[in-house]
Design a binder for this molecule. Structure first.
Ligand SMILES: *Cc1c(COP(=O)(O)O)cnc(C)c1O
Length: 510
């Protein structure tokens, strides 16, 4: 780590805040609606309200609910409200967590321990899940040492039931599905998978992290939403993020179980500690009271009607966007999205090239693979920018068609390519440059993200890509002004390191 020092004397508070604001001003313009993921903004008035609620409990710690009965009340009531939304009953039990990832991790943990309590013969537990599942599941299995078996999706991008059935073996403890999946916004056949789980005696987790605060309200509005919640026989757990379409402060999700027995397997208790008896419901020890309190405040402030209104508006904007995109020659929507997240591709132009052009105008979209596509999560604050986005998209498509080698050069490394290049150690840069040459361009450096993705496809195997991303993460975890320890050339080729574009990561998934 390069030297970054704690200032010997504390710095002036106003000066620090001014510096922070200046840094913030150079971030992606989510407030202007340019970012199609990551930030769920309910509007200024509600945001101010949530901040106030958060501030009231800023110092509280949710680890010990007996010290803070207020937080206990908030947490249990949030879980109760979500349980009603997801059609739980009096047996349903749940916990608030820091996010979808923690909710899924805990569901996997509880399922594993619950199943092994009944089937001690299972020593190498396995999970079966469609490839469209959020990587939080892969992460959970990776952390907990479970083997995850991915099954294909059907042509409509929904889970393939037959493939899941075939993948289930004697060591399977859990199957999962999404309502909807993040990449393509489609709901897996939850009822059929529930029946399969029951037949095989397995746990079944439904990931409704992104859909939990949208689908129930679309259903209330009269849209045809298939059963996906705890009313479906066979579902044993479900995850639902308040900090996505619940528009709560970040750090707020829920995990719910069919009954208390399942939830007990989530808890951790250690009675022998010299410091006393330790009991922790979730992954975190210390839990930020502000996030719990703000979620409670937001759910109550919105109510069914508030969320219904948001759902109606998001869906209307989604339909406007989909119609506009389909009207552009060559572009198409991937699958038939069930709510307000979707992806589009192109059968005529390079979709990542289009994404690069959009980046020039400040738009930030996730890049997705298999099939190559750009992803949009539509939120209320996108209402005002949908028209502008479509206009810029038409422009971007035309730009992409006009791209000549000359104007590729002009835009040298504007987005991902440059940030990746400057965040990769030297050997990688050499290697990728070599690949770029091999791909037919006489340019020395890969110019744009589109080229980058093309090259990633050319890498001999996915293991290389894995290593490359690990190396990039190493760099990103260093102070921005750090020079690479090996004096690599990559650091001298780009803009100042703090000018990383917002789409430095290929996918955000949130
Ligand atoms: C966002 C998301 C997650 C992960 O949630 P985090 O809050 O980012 O940890 C999991 N599953 C789906 C479907 C999601 O959209």
């Amino acid at each position: 780590m390069t030297q970054v020092s704690l200032p010997p004397l504390g710095r002036d508070g106003d000066e620090l805040l001014a510096e922070m604001k200046a840094l913030r001003d150079r971030d992606a313009d989510w407030y202007g609606g340019k970012v199609w993921s990551l930030v769920y903004h309910p509007g200024d008035e509600l945001a101010a309200f949530i901040k106030e609620a958060h501030g009231l409990f800023f110092s509280h710690n949710g680890l010990n609910p007996t010290t803070f009965p207020s937080l206990r009340r908030f947490e249990t009531e949030v879980v109760g409200m979500v349980s009603e939304m997801l059609r739980g009953d009096e047996d349903t039990a749940g916990t608030m967590t820091s996010g979808g990832t923690e909710s899924i991790l805990l569901a996997v943990k509880a399922s594993k321990f619950y199943m092994q309590a009944q089937r001690p013969d299972i020593t190498q537990p396995e999970v079966v899940s469609p490839i469209s599942a959020h990587p939080a599941l892969d992460k959970a299995c990776h952390y907990l040492g479970l083997k995850l078996i991915h099954t294909p999706v059907r042509e409509d991008y929904r889970a393939d039931l037959d493939a899941m059935r075939e993948a289930i073996g004697p060591n399977t403890v859990l199957v999962t599905a999404s309502a909807p999946s993040y990449p393509h916004g489609v709901i897996d056949p939850i009822e059929a998978i529930g029946a399969l789980a029951q037949e095989k005696g397995l746990c079944f987790h439904v990931d409704t992290c992104i859909g939990g605060f949208m689908l129930p309200f679309l259903r209330e509005l009269g849209h045809d939403i298939p059963p996906f919640g705890l009313e479906v026989p066979g579902v044993t757990s479900i995850s639902c993020d308040a900090h996505k379409y619940g528009y709560a402060a970040k750090g707020a999700s829920t995990v719910l179980y069919r009954n208390r027995e399942l939830r007990r397997h989530q808890f951790f208790v250690y009675t022998e500690w010299t410091g006393g008896i330790y009991a922790s419901p979730s992954l975190a020890g210390t839990r930020p009271g502000g996030s719990i309190a703000a979620a409670w405040a937001m759910l109550n402030r919105m109510g069914w009607e508030g969320y219904k209104d948001f759902a109606r508006r998001c869906l209307a904007t989604t339909h406007q966007l989909i119609a506009g995109i389909e009207a552009i020659d060559g572009l198409f929507i991937i699958g038939q999205p069930d709510m307000t997240i979707f992806a589009f591709g192109s059968d005529r132009d390079d979709i990542f090239g289009i994404g690069d052009e959009l980046s020039q105008r400040g738009w930030a979209l996730d890049r997705q693979q298999t099939p190559p596509s750009l992803h949009l999560t539509v939120m209320v604050h996108h209402e005002q920018v949908a028209g502008q986005f479509l206009e810029d998209l038409r422009w971007a498509v035309n730009q992409t068609r006009r791209v000549s080698p000359g104007n590729l050069g002009r835009k040298l490394g504007v987005s991902f390519t440059k940030s990746l290049m400057r965040n990769l150690p030297d050997p990688w840069v050499k290697r990728l440059t070599g690949l770029a040459k091999k791909m037919g361009g006489d340019d020395v450096m890969p110019k744009r993200q589109a080229a980058m993705y093309g090259m990633m496809g050319e890498l001999p195997d996915r293991g290389d890509l894995h290593e490359m991303v690990l190396d990039m993460m190493d760099r990103l975890q260093e102070p921005v002004d750090a020079q690479p320890a090996n004096g690599g050339a990559s650091a001298s080729t780009g803009p100042p390191a703090d000018e990383l574009p917002n789409d430095v990561s290929p996918a955000s998934g949130a």
